[in-house]
Write a protein that binds this ligand. Structure first.
Ligand SMILES: [Zn+2]
Length: 137
C-alpha cells in the first residue's frame, strides 16, 4: 500500500470514526475477486513425440485439495475446498498461487491446534472460509 493510499484509508476510517482495521476487514469481506485471465499450460506444449504444439489455455476452477496431516503419528485426511486454481483441459495439470498455498499451510497448523485443543472430531472437508474463521478463534 502506498503512503497516499494509506492516507485515504485513514481519511475514510476517520469519516466513520472507525479504526483502519475495521475498514480493512469490511473491505476484505465485501471484495469479490474477478475471474483471472486464463494462462497457457506449460506442461503439454509438446506432443508425445516431443514436437512443439499450440499451448492449451487453462480454465479457472475452484479446486478441492486432499491433504494428509500427521498429528502425533496419527494420519488425518482432510479436503480443503474452494482453492482458486487453473486447470488444463488437455493434460489435467492444476496450478495454484504459491503465496496462497503458503498461507494454507500456515492455516493447517492453526487447524491442527484447534482440533487438538478442543478435542474435536476432524471433518472430512473444510472450506477456506471455515478455515479462516477457525484461525480467528
Ligand atoms: Zn496441459
Amino acid at each position: 500500500m502506498t503512503e497516499g493510499e494509506l492516507l485515504l484509508l485513514h481519511t475514510k476510517a476517520a469519516r466513520e470514526e472507525r479504526g483502519i482495521s475495521a475498514v480493512i476487514r469490511q473491505a476484505v469481506a465485501e471484495y469479490q475477486p474477478m475471474t483471472p485471465e486464463p494462462e497457457h499450460c506449460m506442461q503439454c506444449d509438446e506432443d508425445e513425440n516431443g514436437i512443439e504444439r499450440e499451448p492449451e489455455l487453462m480454465v479457472p476452477i475452484w479446486h478441492d485439495d486432499e491433504r494428509t496431516l500427521d498429528v502425533n503419528g496419527v494420519k488425518h485426511t482432510i479436503t480443503i475446498t474452494g482453492i482458486p486454481a487453473q486447470k488444463c483441459p488437455r493434460c489435467g495439470d492444476v496450478t495454484f498461487s504459491l503465496d496462497l498455498m503458503c498461507e494454507i499451510e500456515k492455516a493447517e497448523l492453526r487447524m491442527v491446534n484447534h482440533f487438538m485443543r478442543y478435542n474435536k472430531e476432524w471433518p472430512e472437508k473444510i472450506s477456506i472460509e471455515e478455515l479462516s474463521r477457525l484461525m480467528d478463534k
